[in-house]
Design a protein around this ligand. Structure first.
Ligand code: SAH
Ligand code: SF4
Length: 348
């Protein structure tokens, strides 16, 4: 079975030509896929019955099967999808009052980076996703929103997995988000744990896509304890790559920092971070740690968070506290999958 969402327009034209269909059928089908956002072949009423039957028999509309969905009080939608080989991945839609509709999508089933506080890291790595599997997560939210007269405005590659460990598929998916869903590159963010060669490669792509780097600690000892990748690419090399990116693109970097009580929210870490980032074109996004079963740490309380922000301000480093979305449905990366698997185990 061919996944229609895997085909470029030219490939679609070619396929239908080989079926002896007139050329305009490819345009009609393309419109159903990317404007009509059809969820079944039966909806494609302007195609001949015989073409619809053949499409049903030989192709699929995507490869993701939804196996669970949770909707939070704040409107956050979290979905668990099964892939054709049984792997499970998560995608989240965040709905903001200012009108933004942001999809958070996965790039791998599991993750090889092993960050100790991360539910996905705790699962280990299963496999890379294809560009189509990455793209389709956003496509499905986009279709749902369009049917409600709304529109997907932003995409972040911040779900399960490390996008730069699956570099080519992630970049290809990003191109498709722009070309086929009309999401401008400036409204797309790639988040990386800090793979230095790929940060440099990404700087050379000349894309307008935003870059976020998961920092979480400002000394090698502390960062190495939280993010094992720091042993391969320590802070000095990471910051060199960041400077290269900023020089090359003229774009600022967002640094992600999950505040963990008594761990990386101390005055020492705040001062070390201020020194590290002083003068760099960047912004720090702070988020209280989302507790996970495999890690004992807890979120920083608000007073310490404010102190952290004030300390950074003394170095001229801007930081904001992000609102955590979907907190009542465990919308943190990897958490729905863990929960569903746990229920399954209990049932078995
Ligand atoms: N692998 C990429 C992108 C996916 S993770 C990366 O690490 O950047 C997306 C973000 O969620 C990262 O900043 C990651 O550090 C953060 N994160 C993971 N687990 C978290 C948790 N339990 N609480 C808060 N943030 C978490
Ligand atoms: Fe992987 Fe990112 Fe989780 Fe680290 S934080 S384990 S890189 S998904």
């Amino acid at each position: 079975m061919r996944n229609l969402y895997n085909l470029s327009k030219d490939q679609l034209i070619e396929m239908l030509a080989s079926w002896n269909e007139p050329r305009y059928r490819a345009d009609q089908l393309w419109t159903w896929l990317y404007e009509g956002r059809a969820t079944s072949f039966d909806e494609m009423t302007n195609l001949s019955k015989s073409l619809r039957e053949r499409l049903k028999a030989e192709t699929t509309l995507g490869v993701l099967t939804q196996v669970a969905e949770e909707i939070s009080k704040d409107g956050t939608v979290k979905r668990l999808y099964q892939l054709s080989d049984g792997q499970l991945i998560e995608a989240v839609l965040m709905v903001y009052e200012d009108g933004r509709r942001t999809a958070c999508i996965s790039t791998q089933a599991g993750c090889a980076m092993g960050c100790v506080f991360c539910a996905t890291g705790q699962m280990g790595f299963a496999r890379h996703l294809s560009a189509a599997e990455i793209f389709e997560q956003a496509l499905l939210f986009s279709g749902d929103l369009e049917r409600q007269g709304d529109r997907l405005s932003n995409v972040v590659l911040m779900g399960m997995g490390e996008p730069f460990h699956n570099y080519d598929a992630s970049i290809q998916a990003v191109h498709r988000l722009s070309n086929e869903l009309g999401i401008g590159a400036r409204h797309i963010t790639i988040s990386t744990v800090g793979l230095v060669p790929q940060i440099r490669q990404f700087a050379d792509e000349g894309m307008q896509v935003k870059l976020a780097i998961s920092l979480h600690a400002a000394t090698d000892a502390e960062r190495g304890a939280l993010l094992p990748i720091n042993k391969r690419w320590p802070l000095e090399e990471l910051l060199d790559a960041c400077r290269y990116y900023i020089d090359k693109t003229g774009r600022r970097i967002t640094f992600e920092w999950a505040l963990i009580e008594g761990e990386n929210d101390t005055p020492e870490q705040a001062n070390a971070l201020g020194k590290l980032l002083r003068g760099l074109m960047c912004h720090v996004n702070l988020i209280p740690l989302n507790p996970t079963p495999g890690y004992a740490g807890g979120p920083t309380q608000s007073e310490a968070s404010q102190q952290f922000i004030d300390t950074l301000a003394q170095y001229g480093v801007g930081a904001t506290m992000r609102v955590r979305r979907g907190i009542d449905i465990n919308a943190g990366c990897g958490q729905l999958k863990s929960k569903v698997l746990k229920h399954k185990r209990v049932k078995e």
